[in-house]
Design a protein around this ligand. Structure first.
Ligand code: 6PG
Length: 491
């Protein structure tokens, strides 16, 4: 994290033009602007409704050199050239509206940065349009929530190398740092930065789903209380699972609700919401042909949780297993769940990195996968100790076909897989849903299988639709005359 502290006395104003601007001063934009100012950069700030700009100056004006601007022309006029303007507004139409208003005010070489959670296809379109006008458009992922934006986020900028060169000193300075290294790197051209941020969020979804399943199993199979489970997570956070999400799980589970005196988690409505980045990840992965089953199950589990109509119709109506108790040893089961969580998480990351590689190949982004793991080690929501292991895996072999075949990952899954299997079996036996754990295990078994039943699927396709098949013993494509003499023909 950046270690800049606010100084209560305003710094002397240099009078020099602002070095960078932020438009859109809701909490993320405001905190990014403050982070820049606290790191010594002169920041011009603007918001559509002036009240937010005024509030920022009044509350935090002493933190650095801010130039408030009443409108976009004033914002643009306050900047040194080439201008660097960060847009921090809602993804979608609001972003296009700001770009449309901004572009006529800019000069060749100016740089527009969209630091919101944009869809990478929108970023590609915008980058193309601005390039045609001689402008740079940088779609940049920023992760870490409001706290990260203020004290050091993980930053994933896309766009041209020239625009990154101009932004680099600022972005690396305000980003989180791990072992002295900034959690910010140029991801690749056009939509690469936003693609990687989208994948980060997909992994975030999978990670949270797996954590939720671990909690659910400990609660229902062992009957542990929320605070006891908080202690289990705290303990796990001292080992390989150490991560921000495990740490805050312990925090949420140990929270007591003020009005009922019971666990906070018990009074929260069990309907998980979503703003869309997880869903995008799965949609895009479907198009790329990359199985991201961990993320897909996480998105579906959120959808199911929110499907009140069907849940109400089924709860208490559809029977569960006759044997709803599992005969397990407490400590052994906790350890099995830890293995299930870690192994499933490794699968989710392996799938996520497969998707990044596939997109990088498709769009010629040339993304350095190890570098992505490096910039996720700090600042972002999925920051975790084991990201070092991913970096090391790609250092060993940049062309690794799957993270799961790297020695570290292979050993981790091998040592945990018996426990993982017991957990999936126990969940099925007692009727506790564990879609993340079981989908991850099925993926693992599918990946390692020497022969898959896909052969039968090919046979069926050929029978009903003459879709042809290939053979194991020789090249070519074949069709069998199913309704005739059942002889094989070269297709
Ligand atoms: C981050 C987060 C951030 C946001 C998610 C939440 O990296 O800082 O991912 O982007 O918290 O978008 O997403 P949902 O509302 O869809 O869960």
């Amino acid at each position: 994290m950046s270690s800049v502290h606010a100084d209560p006395t305003p710094p002397p104003r240099s009078g020099a033009p602002a070095q960078i601007a932020v438009t859109g001063l809701a909490v993320m934009g405001r905190n990014l602007a403050r982070n820049l100012a606290r790191n010594g950069f002169r920041v011009a700030v603007h918001n559509r409704s002036q009240a937010r700009t005024d509030a920022l100056i009044e509350e935090f004006g002493h933190e650095g050199e801010f130039t408030p601007a009443a409108d976009l022309p004033a914002l643009v006029a306050s900047l040194e050239q080439p201008r660097k303007i960060i847009i921090m507004v809602k993804a979608g139409e609001p972003t296009d509206a700001v770009i449309d208003e901004l572009v006529p005010l800019l000069d060749e070489g100016d740089i527009v940065v969209d630091a919101g959670n944009a869809h990478f296809a929108d970023t590609r379109r915008r980058e193309d349009a601005l390039k045609a006008k001689g402008l740079h458009f940088v779609g940049s992922g920023v992760s870490g929530g409001e706290e990260g934006a203020l004290n050091g986020p993980s930053i994933m900028p896309g766009g041209s190398p020239e625009s990154y060169a101009a932004l680099e000193p600022m972005l690396t300075k305000i980003s989180a740092h791990v072992n002295g290294e900034p959690c910010c790197v140029h991801v690749g051209p056009d939509g690469a930065g936003h693609f990687v941020k989208m994948l980060h969020n997909g992994i975030e979804y999978a990670d949270m789903q797996l954590i939720a399943e671990a909690y659910d199993l400990l609660r229902h199979v062992l009957g542990l209380s929320a605070t006891e489970i908080a202690d289990v997570f705290l303990e796990w956070n001292r080992g390989d699972l150490e991560s921000f999400l495990i740490e805050i799980t312990a925090e949420v589970l140990s929270q007591v609700d003020e009005s009922t005196g019971g666990p906070f988690v018990d009074v929260v409505l069990d309907q998980a919401e979503q703003k869309g980045t997880g869903r995008w990840t799965v949609q895009v992965a479907l198009d790329l042909g990359i199985p991201v089953s961990g993320m897909a199950e996480a998105v579906f589990a959120r959808s199911l949780s929110g499907d009140v109509v069907r849940r109400t119709a089924a709860a208490g109506v559809l029977p569960g297993p006759s044997e709803a108790k599992a005969d397990v040893d407490r400590d052994a089961f906790i350890d099995d769940v830890r293995h299930a969580l870690y192994s499933s998480k490794l699968v989710a990351y392996a799938q996520g990195f497969d998707a990044i590689r596939a997109a990088s190949d498709q769009y010629n982004w040339n993304i350095d996968l190890g570098a992505m793991a490096t910039i996720w080690r700090g600042g972002c929501i999925i920051r975790a100790r084991f990201l070092d292991r991913i970096k090391e895996a790609y250092d060993r072999d940049a062309d690794l076909p799957s993270l799961l075949v790297d020695d570290y990952f292979k050993d981790a899954v091998t040592s945990g897989q018996d426990g993982w299997r017991r957990v999936v079996a126990t969940a099925a036996t007692v009727g506790v849903p564990a879609p993340g754990f079981s989908a991850a295990l099925s993926y693992y078994d599918g990946l390692r299988a020497e022969r898959l039943p896909a052969a039968l699927i090919q046979g069926l396709r050929d029978l009903f639709g003459a879709h042809t098949y290939r053979r194991t013993d020789r090249g070519g494509t074949f069709h069998l005359d199913w309704s005739g003499d059942r002889k094989e023909h070269q297709a």
